[in-house]
Design a protein around this ligand. Structure first.
Ligand SMILES: Cc1cc2nc3c(=O)[nH]c(=O)nc-3n(C[C@H](O)[C@H](O)[C@H](O)COP(=O)(O)OP(=O)(O)OC[C@H]3O[C@@H](n4cnc5c(N)ncnc54)[C@H](O)[C@@H]3O)c2cc1C
Length: 461
C-alpha cells in the first residue's frame, strides 16, 4: 500500500524551512529534482515515497535530521547503499535519512585500519584499501553498501580467513534516538557496540565505521568452474565434501543459475587468499572434478573478483528472496534443490549455497549480536525477474521451494537476507540466544522504537 507522500499537515512549512537551513545537504520533497532517484533502491519491487529526504553530508546533518524527525513524530528510514532486498532504506510518508553521499574514507596503512563513511559501496572502499594491498571482509557484489552489510554481520570472499565483516569492525560513530553522537567500541558503550555488530540498524544512524584491514592480493586466485545441470547431484555431493575440508584461505560457493545462452548450470565459485601456488594445489581437485565444461579459475586482481558477479544482480529487477542455514548438504536436500531449480520460472534467479568455516567459527556465539557461528552452510533462493506481472509465479515458486527445504534447514537465518514480508519470529531466529540481551539494549538506547524501518527487534515476539 502506498501512503500519501505529503508532509503531514501538522508540520508547518516554517519548521521544514528551519531544518532545511540547518542542513549542509539538500532536503528534498516530492517533485523536487533528484527526489525520485534518491528514493529508488536496488530492489525494483520497492516503490515507497518519503515525505522528505535529507541528503546528509556529515554527522551534523544526521543529528539535525534525527532531532527533527523525533520532535515532529515522523517515521525515519536510513539509507546506506540501498542494496537490501527488504527495502528498509526507504519509507512511505516519513523522513528518509539518506547517507549515500557520505563517501569519505581514510586508510591508515601502518595501523592497517580504515575509517569509512556509510555511503560507500564495497567497490569504492576496496579501491582505497587495495591501493595499499589491504582489504577487510566485504560482500561478494561490489555494489553492496558497506554500512548495511557490516551492521547485519557481513560475509564474503575473505570470510574463511578473516571471519565476518562485523568481526573486523573496531568502532562506529552512531547518532542515537536522543540525537547524541556516540562512539561505540569495545571500550566505549561496549553494550551498544555488542548490539550493533549484527543488529546495527536498530540502534541509530551510523555516521562512520572503523575497520581492521588485512594484507590481501592485489592478486588472488579466484573464479569459477561450471558443470551442466544434469550432473548437479554429484557435483553438489562433491562440493559438500570438498568444502568440509577446505583451509581458511579458501572461501567457496555453489550456485545453480541459467547462463545467457539459456543453459542451466552448477557453478562452483572460489576465492583463495594466500600465495597463488598454494592455492593452485588446494584448488586442483575442484578444477579437475568432472571435468567441468568451463574452468575460469586463475590469478586475478582481488577487485576483479569483487565485481565478477555484479552483472547477475543489476539494479531495478523485481527481487524476492528466502534464505536459511543448513546443517549439511545431504542427499535429500540436494534432491529438493535440484527438483525446484529445474522448475525455476525466471532465468535470472540464482540458488546459492554458501559455506562458513574457519575464522567465523572461532568467535564465541555470544561475543556480539551476530551469533550463528556453527552452521556450515546457508541456502539462499535469490529469485529475481524483470516483469512485475510475473511476480505471483516467482514468489509462489520461491515460497514452495523454501517450505520444502524446511526438513533440511538449521534453525536461524542471516538477517541481511530477510525480505520485506518477514520480521517477527524470523528476526528472533536471526539472533537466537542473543535476542534477549539485544532487546534489553534496544529498550535502553531506543525505548520508543524510533528506529523501526529495519528487521525490528522491538516488535519480534
Ligand atoms: C545482490 C546482493 C548481494 C549481496 N551479497 C552479500 C554478501 O556477499 N554478503 C553479505 O553479508 N551480504 C550480502 N548481501 C546482503 C547485504 O548485506 C544487505 O543487503 C545489506 O543490508 C546492504 O547494505 P546497504 O547499506 O547497501 O543497504 P540499505 O538498503 O541502505 O540498508 C540496509 C539496512 O541497514 C540500515 N542501514 C544502512 N545504513 C545504515 C547506517 N549508516 N546506520 C544504521 N543503519 C543503516 C538500513 O536502514 C536498512 O535497514 C547482498 C545483497 C544483495 C542485494
Amino acid at each position: 500500500m502506498v501512503i500519501s507522500p505529503r508532509v503531514p499537515q501538522e508540520i508547518h512549512e516554517a519548521v521544514i524551512q528551519d531544518v532545511r537551513s540547518t542542513l549542509r545537504g539538500a532536503l528534498l520533497e516530492p517533485g523536487d529534482d533528484g527526489y525520485d532517484a534518491a528514493r529508488t533502491v536496488w530492489n525494483g519491487m520497492i516503490d515507497r515515497r518519503p515525505a522528505l529526504i535529507a541528503r546528509c553530508r556529515g554527522a551534523a546533518d544526521v543529528i539535525a535530521s534525527v532531532n527533527f524527525a523525533r520532535d515532529q513524530g515522523l517515521l525515519v528510514s536510513i539509507r546506506g547503499g540501498g542494496h537490501n532486498v527488504a527495502g528498509n532504506a526507504v519509507c512511505d510518508g516519513g523522513l528518509m535519512i539518506d547517507l549515500s553521499g557520505m563517501k569519505g574514507v581514510h586508510v591508515d596503512p601502518e595501523a592497517r585500519t580504515a575509517r569509512a563513511e556509510p555511503g560507500l559501496l564495497w567497490r569504492e572502499f576496496d579501491h582505497e584499501t587495495q591501493a595499499f594491498g589491504l582489504a577487510t571482509v566485504g560482500g561478494t557484489i561490489s555494489a553492496t553498501g558497506i554500512a548495511g552489510l557490516t551492521l547485519g554481520g557481513g560475509a564474503g570472499w575473505l570470510t574463511g580467513k578473516y571471519g565476518t565483516t562485523c568481526d573486523n569492525l573496531l568502532s562506529v560513530d552512531v547518532v542515537t534516538a536522543d540525537g547524541v553522537l556516540r562512539r561505540a567500541s569495545e571500550h566505549e558503550h561496549p553494550d551498544l557496540f555488542w548490539a550493533m555488530r549484527g543488529a546495527g540498524a536498530n540502534f541509530g544512524v551510523v555516521t562512520s565505521l572503523e575497520y581492521r584491514l588485512h594484507p590481501v592480493g592485489p592478486m588472488i586466485l579466484g573464479g569459477m568452474v561450471v558443470h551442466p545441470i544434469d550432473r548437479a547431484a554429484e557435483v553438489l555431493r562433491f562440493y559438500g565434501a570438498f568444502a568440509a575440508a577446505q583451509p581458511d584461505e579458501l572461501t567457496t560457493y555453489a550456485a545453480i543459475l541459467t547462463m545467457p545462452d539459456g543453459n542451466m548450470v552448477v557453478a562452483l565459485v572460489a576465492c583463495y587468499v594466500g600465495p597463488i601456488e598454494g592455492g593452485e594445489r588446494v584448488l586442483a581437485p575442484l578444477k579437475q572434478h568432472g571435468p567441468p565444461i568451463a574452468d575460469m579459475i586463475g590469478p586475478m586482481p582481488y577487485t576483479a573478483l569483487q565485481s565478477m558477479l555484479d552483472s547477475a544482480f543489476p539494479y531495478g529487477r523485481q527481487n524476492y528472496w528466502k534464505s536459511t542455514y543448513m546443517p549439511a548438504i545431504g542427499d535429500a536436500a540436494i534432491e529438493t534443490i535440484i527438483r525446484h531449480a529445474n522448475a525455476v520460472p525466471s532465468p535470472h534467479t540464482v540458488v546459492l549455497i554458501q559455506d562458513f568455516h574457519g575464522a567465523v567459527g572461532r568467535v564465541a556465539p555470544d561475543a556480539m549480536a551476530f551469533g550463528h557461528r556453527d552452521v556450515p552452510h546457508s541456502l539462499a533462493i535469490l529469485s529475481n525477474w524483470s516483469d512485475p506481472n510475473e511476480s505471483d509465479r516467482n514468489i509462489g515458486w520461491t515460497r514452495a521451494f523454501f517450505t520444502e527445504m524446511q526438513p533440511h534447514a538449521a534453525h536461524g537465518v542471516y538477517v541481511n537476507e530477510l525480505g520485506h514480508d518477514e520480521g517477527g519470529e524470523r528476526v528472533r531466529s536471526a539472533y537466537g540466544g542473543n535476542f534477549a540481551r539485544l532487546a534489553a539494549i534496544k529498550a535502553q538506547y531506543d525505548p520508543t522504537n524510533f528506529f523501526r524501518m529495519n528487521q525490528n527487534i522491538a516488535t519480534a515476539p
